[in-house]
Design a protein around this ligand. Structure first.
Ligand code: ARG
Length: 572
């Protein structure tokens, strides 16, 4: 349910009744739940604008709320805040509604948008390493949340599958296959390194590689076929990682740099015809006065290199046209490392000027910080190498399996493996998604695998705890009207009814950590409720109402975690 909207409407009516117009009510969940469930912060601003005494005005607003069907109490506090408590009957009725509605009462968007989400998008020449982790995890969660809210989500895996390095890689692949017809590309990283060595040491090899680049770019069929083989192989590597991580990305979502090759020259020519791209020492450049370079001059966005070659920016411009015109996007999201922020700001600016990114289409750079080791430096292996994603994920599962075995030695191998996988992968994902994506974050095994605190294991365990209640509860019927007498019952109900508001905020700001923080708060509140309000020992409608709270808590945890891409288990 859209709780915030309903409460805001009540508060707005009270503002109007108190003679306030044009000032926002600024309704928020209460900072301190001891004083209320929600608070109105907008009276001070309104009083200032109307030159009135804020406390007196707040009294008027509170008075107007006195016979609200929604608020039980409205109390003025401090300089003119209003603390609000929701009516237990209102909570009970809406809780009950949720059980009768589809997808936990969460409404699908009235005006669904077509949202193109660019995520994962690794460069194919290299094996996926930890630097590729965040984009995949964050992008996937955003895709899930937006889809759940009823938007049409188009996932785009903008892989780096075009460029001069492919000549070298193809040359090496062919050479290896000639020497061993059963050659399998097992270790991309090593393969790239070996190819580079060959390239540097053998001029003949380097010539072959360069010749392949020319042939590839001019559409030579044989070379294209080899290139395709290399791309397929490295996509299989990426897909292994996606599968282990449980990402939604599929082969059909791949729309890499090569796809735009045919449109690059047109794109640049059109920019030149519009007078946006100009010649600069043989290169084609768009000057952007709103971005200054180091010398305080207009920044140069290079769209074609000296000698005619294209670059990352050319591809992204062509891609922009495709996403807006062909995919018909209303909203574009790019989930990419924050070091590329400037590239995207400039890309958006050029696209707007060229009319390729109309005003009614939003373009968002969904940047994220670096994954750090406990030493505060970018995460590396002990020997200082970049960590391969497959290795990292294997380690997560191993550690989690050992942990659950330690907790429960009676587990059989299959169960331990299943729980270990769910907890290990969940922990890695949650550690990322629970942080504000813009900041760097410290990757810390002990912290993320802890069963205490804001972690996946804590939340997964909270879910299984609810399941075990129901195993013991036997038959349960939904009461005619829920009874919510205890303040913890009421607070838990308020929290449960906020789910849709939280999802909307997470969707709007591309901020899965809102959802994570909410789930943690919910689980913590459930645990307090569980201690304070016996469920199974209670009787009659009290017992059934508490079971309803438990049921909805479990469902919300399961659904919320699923939207973060994290699995739950009935037993752990
Ligand atoms: N392949 C790029 C990299 O690894 C990321 C691509 C992001 N998407 C885009 N449309 N530029 O840095």
């Amino acid at each position: 349910m859209k709780l915030h909207q309903i409460l805001s409407a009540e508060a707005e009516a009270a503002f109007a009744a108190a003679g306030i117009s044009g000032s926002p009510v600024a309704l928020q969940p209460a900072k301190n739940p001891d004083f209320g469930d929600y608070q109105i912060n907008g009276v001070m601003g309104a009083a200032k604008a109307a030159k009135q005494n804020p406390r007196e005005l707040a009294q008027k607003v509170a008075g107007a709320l006195a016979d609200s069907k929604v608020f039980a109490a409205a109390e003025v506090a401090g300089p003119g805040f209003i603390n609000l408590r929701l009516k237990p009957e209102f909570l009970a009725e809406n809780m009950k509604n949720i059980f009768q509605q589809q997808q936990l009462g969460i409404t699908r968007a009235d005006a669904p948008q077509t949202v193109v989400i660019d995520y994962s998008s690794p460069n194919l020449a290299k094996e996926m390493h930890v630097g590729h982790l965040r984009s995949g995890i964050i992008g996937d969660s955003i895709a899930r949340i937006l889809g759940f809210l009823g938007h049409r989500v188009i996932r785009q895996n903008h892989v780096g599958d075009w460029g001069t390095q492919f000549g070298m890689l193809i040359a090496y692949l062919i050479e290896q296959k000639q020497q061993n017809s059963n050659f399998e590309l097992a270790d991309l990283e090593q393969f790239y390194r070996n190819a580079k060595v060959r390239f540097d040491e053998d001029p003949a090899f380097a010539d072959t590689a360069r010749a392949y680049v020319v042939k590839l770019q001019s559409g030579d069929e044989q070379v294209l076929e080899w290139w395709q083989q290399f791309v397929d192989l490295s996509l299989q590597h990426a897909e292994n990682v996606y599968q282990t991580l449980g990402l939604l990305l599929e082969r059909d979502d791949v729309c890499g740099e090569s796809f735009y090759n045919k449109d690059l020259q047109n794109t640049v020519d059109e920019l030149a015809a519009m007078g946006l791209a100009v010649d600069d020492e043989g290169a084609k450049v768009v000057f952007l006065p709103e971005f200054k370079n180091k010398d305080g001059e207009a920044a140069a966005f290079i769209v074609q290199k000296q000698g005619g070659g294209f670059l990352y920016a050319s591809t992204d411009l062509a891609c922009m046209r495709y996403r807006v015109n062909e995919l018909q996007a209303d909203r574009l999201m790019y989930v990419v490392d924050h070091r590329q922020a400037l590239h995207f700001q400039q890309l958006f600016a050029v696209s707007r000027k060229a009319g390729w990114l109309p005003e009614n289409v939003s373009a968002e750079f969904v940047g994220f910080g670096t994954m750090m080791g406990k030493d505060g430096k970018p995460f590396k292996t002990r020997s200082g190498d970049t960590v391969k994603l497959v290795d990292l994920l294997d380690e997560a599962v191993e550690r989690a399996t050992a942990l659950v075995r330690g907790k429960n030695p009676a587990l059989d191998d299959t169960a331990a493996a299943e729980i270990g996988r769910t907890v290990g992968i969940g922990a890695v994902k949650y550690a990322d998604l629970s942080k504000n994506r813009s900041s760097d974050y410290v990757f810390d095994w002990e912290q993320m695998l802890s069963f205490e605190g804001n972690t996946a294991p804590y939340l997964q365990y909270a879910y299984t705890r609810v399941q075990s209640v129901f195993k013991k509860a036997g038959a349960w019927t939904m009461p005619e009207a829920l009874l919510l007498n205890d303040s913890l019952e009421q607070r838990l109900a308020v929290e449960l009814l906020r789910f849709e508001d939280v999802l909307n905020a997470a969707a709007e700001q591309a901020a899965p950590h809102y959802l994570a923080g909410y789930l943690y708060q919910l689980a913590a509140l459930f645990s307090r409720f569980y201690e304070a309000c016996p469920i199974l020992k209670a009787e009659g409608v009290v017992r059934d109402s508490r079971l309803a709270l438990a049921k909805l808590t479990g469902e919300t945890l399961r659904q919320g975690l699923a939207l973060l891409g994290i699995d739950t288990l009935d037993v752990m």
